[in-house]
Design a binder for this molecule. Structure first.
Ligand code: ASP
Length: 592
């Protein structure tokens, strides 16, 4: 090594000894007679002093020329800092390294921003100069946490007899419901590989092949419109097990949560993690990924709405719609007219609701709002009782279809939970949502779509519904939810070709298409497929949630922007005509 210590290592006990450090110049202070440099590496910061009596004036002048982010090497004596100059914010804050000279290993061009600066530069700039951004201690911490989490995962599964198997990146399309990234084949003109949306089909085949327990840290690719917590290429902890039911998979992941949460956050987790069916989650929280760090459950007052005069409530309830609401306990005084107008606006704009009805519970216990005059005192009393409301509470209602009330109230809950700080900043809540519907209606195409993917098995007790009423059929499916985000999802699979064909049929996948797309899986299922199931955990999201961050790009070394480009390498880029010709391709510019 070019150094004897790292920049985070020297302590008071090293005073009087010689040390050699290498690192980047985080900052430099020129005090005329002496130069002070904060030298940084991954491990920390050390104060380096180039001044008399160790350094002569020529060496001091050389040190003055050094700029931010230059890479230097220094050898000197560890000394106590001058009285009153200790810095208790850093681990090396009691000492400094007094050096006769510096050795420049590599100068740096003036950086567009410095990793040590207090204000965060604009994100595009950070992504373009990612190597500078990755020098920031926050980014280093995130990637170190990521590395630790993945190591814990790998260790845990190895201890439970899982075998790590790599599956191809160039393959056939996997039906996870997103658009594929395609790779043209040079050898087979007009043929394409699809990048895996997940290793789903391969891992099922590994079960047929008798591997019993498979795991992989797998890269997956989905060409979807991006949101703050999504990336076109992302990492899954993907696994599959044979001879199991849903409880076995859930139990295995419970153990993983316990282990990772303990090792990363030092917190204990009570097992088993709580679970709730999908139907119950939609009823109580309007969402299949409810944030359970706080309460604020939905109450359905449709029955009351059927008996009131108020047109909006009555009309909706009589027309088969729902009137449902949430209660913000004791915080009515924080709902100014402006905030209420804003919430109403958001309900219309983002959640497709027609409006927002609200009541404040006044100190005398009466419900007040501009619309309360449309209700009789008796009707208001019924609403108050149904909501168990007391003075100081704020009641918010939506009158709409089931789906719209779910979407709107879930959105309001999420926003208010964060805005009103209804949970501690470091709260962590992990739970399972189980028994999802097998299918969801694709209204546009007037057919069923698989809610998870087409290989998902129905609940054994509801198998007959595949024939009589598929809309009511639930799946052996389970999602792990952490702080209101989906952190993983999986299912028990169909393991016989007959049931699989029936599900394809319902999904409108005809025999020829099924053969063409998944013929190999259907064949494999005929050769003694064991009952099996699995799950995939979103590694990026786990790291983000366990680090208390809100942007997935903060936990990925080289992420893509919302527009799926890499600002550092400028991918995607154009290619030579010769390359296209080799691939038997011609591009057509988009219509203006
Ligand atoms: N392949 C699924 C997914 O990526 C996970 C699973 O069913 O195991 O969501």
């Amino acid at each position: 090594m070019l150094r004897s210590h790292t920049c985070g290592q020297l302590r008071k006990s090293d005073v009087g000894f010689q040390a050699t450090l290498c690192g980047w110049v985080e900052s430099k202070r020129d005090h005329g007679g002496a130069v002070f440099i904060d030298l940084r590496d991954r491990y920390g910061l050390t104060q380096v002093v180039i001044g008399p009596p160790e350094a002569g004036s020529a060496q001091i002048e050389d040190a003055k020329k050094v700029g931010n982010e230059w890479v230097i090497k220094v050898t000197g004596t560890v000394a106590n800092r001058l009285i009153g100059k200790n810095n208790d914010k850093i681990a090396t804050g009691e000492i400094e390294l007094r050096c006769p000279a510096i050795e420049v290993l590599n100068p740096s061009a003036p950086p567009p921003f410095t990793p040590g600066q207090a204000d965060l530069p604009n994100e595009d700039l950070r992504l373009k100069y990612r190597y500078l951004d990755l020098r920031r201690s926050q980014m280093q911490r995130s990637l170190i946490t990521r590395s630790k989490i993945i190591k814990e995962m790998r260790d845990y599964f190895a201890e439970h007899d899982f075998i790590d198997v790599e599956t191809p990146i160039l393959g056939r399309s996997t039906p996870e419901g997103a658009r594929d990234y395609l790779v043209p084949s040079r050898v087979h003109p007009e043929h394409f590989y699809a990048l895996p949306q997940s290793p789903q089909l391969y891992k099922q085949i590994l079960m047929v092949a008798g591997f019993d327990r498979y795991v992989q840290v797998a890269k997956c690719f989905r060409d979807e419109d991006l949101r703050a917590d999504r990336q076109p290429e992302f990492t899954q902890l993907d696994l599959e097990m044979s001879f199991v039911d849903a409880e076995d998979i859930i139990g295995m992941i419970d153990g993983l949560v316990l282990r990772v949460v303990k090792s990363i956050l030092g917190k204990d987790t009570t097992l088993p993690l709580p679970r709730m069916t999908y139907d119950e989650a939609m009823k109580r929280y309007g969402s299949d990924q409810p944030d359970l760090r706080f309460g604020m459950e939905i109450t359905d007052i449709t029955d009351i709405a059927k008996t009131v005069e108020f047109r909006v409530f009555r009309g909706t309830a009589d027309g088969g719609g729902f009137v449902r609401g949430i209660k913000v306990e004791g915080r009515a005084e924080e709902f100014s007219r402006r905030r209420l107008d804003e919430l109403t606006e958001q309900c219309k704009r983002d959640f497709g609701a027609k409006g927002l009805a609200w009541f404040r519970v006044d100190p005398d216990g009466s419900l007040w709002s501009p619309t309360s005059k449309n209700f009789t005192p008796d009707e208001l009393e019924k609403i108050k009782t149904a909501m168990s409301a007391v003075p100081g509470d704020m009641l918010l209602f939506l009158a709409d279809t089931w789906a719209s009330t779910c979407k709107g109230l879930a959105g309001l809950r999420k926003r208010l939970g964060a805005e009103l700080k209804l949970y501690a900043a470091d709260a962590l809540h992990c739970s399972w949502i189980v028994e999802f519907p097998m299918f969801e209606k694709d209204a546009e195409a007037d057919r069923w779509n698989a809610m998870h993917h087409p290989f998902t098995a129905p609940l054994k007790s509801e198998m007959h519904l595949l024939d009589s009423d598929p809309s009511k059929c639930h799946a052996q499916a389970y999602d792990l939810v952490i702080n209101g985000s989906e952190a993983g999802g999986g299912t028990i699979r169909i393991h016989d070709a007959t049931s699989q064909s029936k599900v394809f049929d319902l999904l409108g996948i005809d025999e020829a298409t099924a053969r063409d797309r998944f013929g190999f899986l259907l064949d494999a299922l005929k050769f003694g497929a064991p009952p099996h199931g699995g799950i995939a955990l979103g590694v990026d999201r786990w790291v983000m949630l366990l680090s208390g961050l809100e942007n997935i790009r903060e936990v990925i070394a080289f992420p893509k922007t919302q527009k799926a480009s890499d600002l550092m390498t400028e991918a995607p880029g154009t290619v030579d005509v010769a390359q296209l010709t080799e691939l038997h391709l011609r591009t057509v510019p988009p219509k203006p």
